[in-house]
Design a protein around this ligand. Structure first.
Ligand SMILES: C[S@@+](CC[C@H](N)C(=O)[O-])C[C@H]1O[C@@H](n2cnc3c(N)ncnc32)[C@H](O)[C@@H]1O
Length: 197
């Protein structure tokens, strides 16, 4: 059976029709914030979680993407697809400051390491959607992935319309339910490099 791990992280799932059609055919696990935070911060959060659960998805709460390969349940699983849209630690410093970039780079690096450990090596893919341009290019996604033994397979333009019902969320601060400007964004698709198998 196909298995997908979707890191919606501390943000409730907002992807709908297309993914849900896909989910009917697969076994999926979603990450979500703690239940109380969903209710407090996101107008459609609880409804979305319920819909996912009704469709047979498993929703895990409060999992740290930087340590997920040690999670008591996840560590027993292997996934075909591990998807994280717009990883970001939240605004602790200005977006283009070294400290902020460093923290975001650490999040991506640790996520990739953990995702690689949970991936089916033969045919698994890790998808990261990410904004293009400065300062986002300075996160050096592809170089980070290569150091971990992951190879860039493809970069595809990220189009929100490809995911009917998907609502990107700031997920931080008093305006967590609001969208952030997507601008020019892409999905980076990584596979395990052959010398790492
Ligand atoms: C810019 S928001 C994107 C939210 C959502 N994926 C979307 O596409 O709208 C970044 C997300 O990463 C989450 N995040 C940051 N650090 C995390 C960690 N260590 N483990 C899990 N999620 C994390 C934040 O809580 C937030 O939900």
């Amino acid at each position: 059976m196909e298995k997908t791990l979707l890191i919606q992280a501390k943000n409730p799932p907002g992807w709908r029709r297309r993914l849900l059609l896909f989910l009917k055919l697969s076994q999926s696990i979603w990450f979500s914030p703690e239940h109380e935070k969903i209710e407090k911060n996101y107008s459609k959060g609880i409804r979305n979680v319920m819909e996912l659960e009704e469709r047979g998805c498993l929703v895990l709460y409060g999992v740290d993407a930087k340590q997920m390969s040690h999670h008591f349940f996840l560590k027993t699983q292997r996934f075909n697809r591990i998807i994280y849209n717009f990883p970001h630690v939240g605004f602790l410093y200005p977006e283009d400051s070294c400290c902020q970039i460093q923290m975001n780079k650490t999040l991506v690096k640790e996520f990739l390491k953990n995702a690689k450990a949970l991936l089916r090596k033969e045919d698994g893919e890790i998808h990261i959607s990410h904004k293009e341009g400065d300062p986002y290019d300075r996160w050096n996604l592809v170089k980070k992935a290569e150091k971990i033994g992951l190879l860039l397979h493809e970069i595809v333009p990220f189009r929100k319309d490809d995911y009917p019902g998907y609502e990107n969320k700031r997920a931080h601060g008093s305006n967590a339910d609001a969208p952030f400007p997507l601008g020019d964004s892409s999905t980076y698709i990584f596979r395990v490099s052959s010398h790492s198998l």
